[in-house]
Design a protein around this ligand. Sequence first.
Ligand code: NAP
Length: 287
Amino acid sequence: MGDHLVNRISSETMLLGVIGDPIRQSKSPLMHNSALQALGLDGVYTAMHVLPDKLEDAIRGVRALGYRGINVTIPHKLDVMPLLDEVDKGARVIGAVNTIVNDNGKLIGYNTDGIGYVRSLREEAESDLRGKRILVIGAGGAARGIVYALTQESPEVIWIANRTVERAVELAADLQSYGNVQAIELERILDIRSNVDIVINTTSVGMFPHVDASPLSLEGFRTDLIVSDLIYNPLETAILREARLRGSRTHCGLGMFVYQGAYAFEYWTGRAAPVEVMRQAVLQSLK
Ligand code: NAP
């Protein structure tokens, strides 16, 4: 913690933070404190290690201590929901909360992961997702938020393929009423690959330290494809490297992390988040 931060903490400082288990690897404190400092706001953001059997106490603490807001990460995103006063519609559909706003004692849960991802994809790779044909690899928690947020952009179709096909089928069934969402078997990607505009890897395949692993070969896909990966460590995963080498546009997970934080910051402070400051803070720490 730099001197500048210590010097500006007062009895009126807005309290923010993140709870999770584990939590020590989190880049959120660095990102949010950089943002608070850049805007000259009197606030501080810390990381708090909360074990699952202490989650209820932690949320009681948020109320009792008057925290303005917290982020919630693995493994608490689902279990925190019944402990809140209100859960926003998007978070309810997704079935997970990653951001809590304390409005004068009333705790409201949001999910900014999916909208953060879409804002990043639109700003960094493709501004108009209408009519696009999107292939999502993976059907875990992150895929859920992303597929829901993508349905709000009116793509022509979202195909979901996953190692465990039943999870893809379940996810597609849950989100079908919001758009044309279809589960497909991994082998069937061969049949649709030349029609795909955007491929999104939502699996953990390729994440550090398994940096040579790829969830999918891009052979047979068009070269004017956009390939997007939720992973940001490393910034260029094996599938993004393959995409770049064949001349396709690439989009990494750093922007999703930054924009999920930006939305949370905006909910808590009512101010536009200094997105570039946040991005640089995380980028520097990854180098
Ligand atoms: P999750 O719920 O555990 O889901 C993991 C997904 O990866 C499942 O679809 C799983 O398939 C698949 N998978 C795991 N290992 C696999 C393998 N060896 N081969 C094929 N598929 C495999 O995890 P999550 O929370 O959705 O996170 C997924 C990824 O997104 C992680 O890499 C995470 O770092 C990243 N993420 C990034 C951000 C960001 O801000 N950029 C935010 C959230 C998550 P099965 O269903 O068959 O197990």
